[in-house]
Design a protein around this ligand. Sequence first.
Ligand SMILES: [Zn+2]
Length: 345
Amino acid sequence: MAPQTKRPRSSSSSQAETSNKYPRTNPKPTPHDAIWFDDGSIVLATDVHLYRAHKSILAQYFTVFKDMFDMPTGEEGFGDGGSVSAERWDGLLLVRMAGDSDEDVYHLLMTLYDREYHQKDKPTTLPIILALLNLGTKYDIAAIRREVIEHLSIYYPSEYENWFSDYQPPLLKEDQGTPKDANFQLLAAARRCNAGSILPMLFYSCAIEPLDKIFESMNLLDIKDFKNLIDGRENMLARWVSIFGKTVLRPEDKCQSQTCSDARIRMFSHRMYFEVEFPPEIFPLGAYTGALRELGKGEDYKNLCRSCVLKFHSCLPAFMFMFWEALPCIFRLCRWDDLPESIDA
Ligand SMILES: [Zn+2]
């Protein structure tokens, strides 16, 4: 289902409708230092700042602004049952971005005006990602929503062939201090913005976090998603860790080498022995990435016969594809093909 497109509120909107997410720091919004173009033709107001921008630029991206500007002169309306008188700032139309945080509006305008502010092949910051996802969805700005979801899809892929790509640049700038709950904030935002295709890998990324971290972040998720996250984690630990060990190590199979057979049994036992905490490499994707060397002690790996090592490598892709197909169901999501389209949902 497509998210509901929201509209900026006119000056007649109640102040009580504005967001409480960010506390007011100014009793009266003041002009922003960076986004204040002398030749701007419209002023956007948040609780904190005034942004002087261009109608032509905004109309290019915001359908709601285009509709507003197309209305008869003398009145600016918002389609909520009729036109309303618009507030003016120094003769310019002033639109209050009710319900939007100042930070989100700033990041969105910077993205619209500076082509390098957010690029999907370069590290960015979590607030920028969240702002573009939130407002790109709320105002139905297709280009912004598409770009940010494509960026996230590199790290939370929805295509099997992209699952193992060696993509080097990190999603978030490392010098900006990534919040501990970044995955959980992204999961909550993706759910809120109906970005269905990145949900399975976001669930996975949250589920392999340490349990205390999951509980510390539970307030970010609704209760149903939190339950599905815990259930999915339990499912992976109870079922998929064992499937992986049995598939690649075949502890019940004898091969021509007794040394190899014994080593595989020891490696499987080691695999199934959990400490109190579960490291990420115990879960299927980490297990695949770490391959055999993560499965047991180094000396056991050396004892494997060539035939068993070859079998391991030949059955690993099949295991991973099986897990990939099951991944959405593990977190009680739709099957891959039935998830909402990532871009146009
Ligand atoms: Zn063997």
